[in-house]
Design a protein around this ligand. Structure first.
Ligand code: PMV
Length: 329
């Protein structure tokens, strides 16, 4: 009997790291929060075995006929952008014996390669949509672990924090290899994101910190464990709704990330502009080397902080916490 050809959609949120990036790679805790930007993926079945992928926001497309890549929009340069999405599809297809072809359409309002977890959100949404289309009951745990496999392809040695937050949503104190519980945070966390517009490779920056740690373990290990301690204190501040304390810890975290060599002039300019405009705290978020900063700003200073970041050369987004993670329908 012929099967109905169906169409399924899924979406997954972006994230910011409030504190603890880089140290989290070395098993220290970090705090991450899902935000109100998302990647959406639509999947439909085809009658052949081709996997066709189109990324509407990146303006690229291509088809995979068995292992061969046939470029569409964007030419051969599209391949490295589409390969991780194909990998997310393949990992999901491996869970069944079915041999199906698929059309995937990806759309996202998450800026790419600036530390907001775009690749993880696309992987998570792709896996959830493909799984649902195939009728596989995928628990969040499974979606998260498959997305981690894809993240390893993109970022080499990621901690897994991006795919975790994108799957589950909310705010979590994340530690590698530990069972995690979401933090109960009632306070609104008013964040201004400042984007330097400079893209960079998370894998390379993580590699830089690893090398620094190997060359100077006596110096760098205490910096990493201070960042971990800072995340524990920040979790407490968040739960108490003490945003002033959280802001102070964010400032310290930025200093320690600078010590690891992952900040730069563009990031520092945005951080200092935000602080001078009255932010409670400001720091780079994600891997650094470009990408974004986050500034914690109360309602009465938020406009001033936004303006100061723009004047210092950044583009601005207001981030709100999102409790929902991945959803498929
Ligand atoms: O890819 P980004 O910029 O969101 O950075 C992720 C945070 C790091 O701690 C630097 C790497 C990781 O895998 O946790």
């Amino acid at each position: 009997m012929e099967r109905w050809l169906v169409k399924v959609r899924a979406s997954a949120p972006a994230k910011v790291i409030l504190c603890g990036e880089h140290a989290v790679v070395f098993y220290e805790p970090a705090i991450a929060m899902a935000i109100n930007r998302k990647a959406s993926v639509t999947v439909e079945e085809r009658r052949d075995q081709t996997i066709y992928i189109r990324s509407r926001n990146l303006g690229v497309s291509g088809r995979y006929e068995r292992r061969e890549f046939k470029p569409g929009a964007g030419g051969l340069a599209a391949k490295p952008k589409l390969d991780p999405i194909r990998m997310a599809v393949i990992k999901t297809l491996e869970l069944t014996k079915e041999k199906v072809g698929l059309n995937l359409s990806v759309n996202s309002d998450i800026p790419v390669a600036v530390g907001l977890g775009s690749s993880a959100a696309v992987a998570v949404a792709t896996i959830a949509a493909t799984g649902k289309l195939l009728g596989i009951k995928l628990r969040k745990e499974k979606i998260c672990s498959l997305a981690y496999e894809v993240e390893k392809l993109v970022h080499r040695h990621p901690s897994g924090v991006d795919n975790y937050i994108s799957t589950y949503g909310g705010i979590t104190i994340f530690r590698r290899s530990e069972k995690l519980v979401p933090l109960k945070v009632h306070a609104n966390i008013p964040l201004v994101i400042g984007n330097t517009g400079i893209s960079r490779s998370t894998g390379e920056l993580v590699g830089h910190v690893r090398k620094l740690k190997e060359n100077h373990p006596d110096v760098i290990n205490p910096v990493l464990s201070a960042i971990g301690q800072l995340s524990v204190s920040a979790a407490q501040a968040l739960q108490e709704g003490n945003l002033r304390r959280l802001g102070e810890l964010m400032d310290v975290n930025h200093g320690l990330l600078s010590a690891l060599g992952v900040s730069n002039d563009a990031l520092d300019r945005l951080v200092y502009a935000a602080r001078e405009a009255g932010a409670l705290g400001a720091k780079l978020t994600g891997a650094g080397g470009g990408g974004c900063i986050i500034a914690l700003a109360m309602p009465d200073t938020i406009r001033r902080v936004e303006k100061a970041i723009r004047r210092a050369g950044g583009t601005v987004m207001i981030a709100k916490k999102i409790d929902r993670g991945v959803e498929a329908w």
